[in-house]
Write a protein that binds this ligand. Sequence first.
Ligand code: INI
Length: 175
Amino acid sequence: MSKDHQEAAEALLGDGAIDSLIGRVGRVLAGDDLSGRGLRVGIACSRFNGGVTWRLLTGALSTLKDHGVDRGDVTVMWVPGAFELPLAALWLAKAGADAVICLGAVIRGETSHYDLVAGECASGIQRVALDSGTPVAFGVLTTDNLEQALERSGSDNKGRDVALTALRMARLVRS
Ligand code: INI
């Protein structure tokens, strides 16, 4: 095993670690219930770099479906770019979503204001989550080039990861 792989393995939470807390504390809230039945999910998706965000969206939708979210409980809102995602997330949260997913792609090679767009998008999304109390999952790729963005929206798809995060957090809120 290479040094990098060994370090990565050591950073993982070991199997059974969370369960081993049972009986040692009053309650363990681990967000292990990933059932989507009855959850309303809002997805804010950026048109900018739409070829990438479309792939993130399909990843997110198939994960939500796999976990039992009713398609009628999913709203997709398209916005011009990543900069607009926080406002859309706020609207979706206010409209009653149990969880919101933000999908975007900010690619360094194609913009001089990469840092501004990426930074404001990330801090805006976090602010919406903290101010509204609604979980908002951050599915915005920030990459150096298109190739990396395609990689993170392909078989290893961040849209899937953030859909799981949204379900986990929505269940945690309810617990
Ligand atoms: N929006 C993105 O989602 N990704 C980008 O890479 C990007 N670039 O390259 O600038 C981008 N810009 C648009 C921005 O999000 C806003 O839509 C625009 O500034 C209008 O408010």
